[in-house]
Design a protein around this ligand. Structure first.
Ligand code: SF4
Length: 234
């Protein structure tokens, strides 16, 4: 913790233990595409936890094998369950706006969730709920396998559940927008885009945190918002 504090004082980036699956990517883009497609198909058939019984579609995740930024949310909601794709509802539109704010589009990043089938409560169509620890554990091998194939440069965690999966014990209110380095991998915890649906004033926070990603986009220059962010944590 002392080391962590010292590193934070020096900059807002924090170095923690090495990550699994770091290092250069193996295989060609086409080979990785084949592996991602095979994973997608396996996830669609998965029955590792009881969520398969109530889902319409599993939601493996989407994005090209060339993606260097991986977004990890919590779990599919009702719209995602219907369509089999992540972040297609209102929160997805917020995510698209955030991507656009730094000049990115969906097709350049990989988007998935910690849990691939919709956690639901109540009679159909039911209400979304947070996944249980057992569901998260059951689904973990799929996310690990996707990471292993993609070997992303950055993983952006969206919301509390994804944060807990990658940085256990951290509080989203304290770490959002801060970079955590795990060997060759950088983690960027963000609030879940859905917060912007309930609190419009959080859009500015999300946008500011999102600008951290510009340093991983080769053609982007550091902007004023990023400078402000660094100062805020000193
Ligand atoms: S949530 Fe994950 S582990 Fe459970 S059935 Fe769906 S894909 Fe399988």
């Amino acid at each position: 913790m002392k080391t962590e504090r010292l590193l934070r004082r020096k900059s807002e980036s924090v170095i923690i233990e090495p990550a699994r699956g770091r290092g250069p990517r193996s295989g060609s883009t086409s080979a990785r595409t084949v592996r991602l497609t095979a994973l997608r198909d396996e996830i669609r058939r998965c029955r590792r936890c009881p969520l398969w019984r109530t889902r319409t579609c599993a939601v493996p995740g989407v994005g090209p094998a060339t993606a260097r930024i991986m977004f990890v949310g919590e779990a599919p909601g009702r719209q995602e369950d219907r369509q089999g794709e992540p972040f297609v509802g209102a929160a997805g539109r917020v995510l698209d706006d955030l991507l656009a704010s730094i000049g990115l589009v969906r097709g350049e990043v990989f988007v998935t969730n910690v849990v691939k089938s919709r956690p639901v409560v109540g009679a159909p169509p039911g209400r979304n709920r947070a996944p249980t620890a057992e569901e998260i554990d059951a689904c973990a091998p799929w996310l690990d396998a996707q990471r292993e194939v993609l070997k992303p440069t950055v993983i952006v965690t969206l919301g509390r559940i994804a944060l807990e999966r990658f940085l256990p014990g951290k509080r989203i209110s304290e770490v959002h927008g801060r970079l955590y380095h795990q060997g060759a991998l950088t983690l960027l915890p963000l609030y879940h885009p859905a917060v912007a649906l309930y609190r419009r004033d959080w859009v500015a926070i999300l946008r500011q945190d999102f600008r951290q990603l510009t340093r991983f986009l080769p053609s982007r220059k550091e902007g004023p918002a990023r400078t402000q962010k660094r100062s805020r944590h000193r």
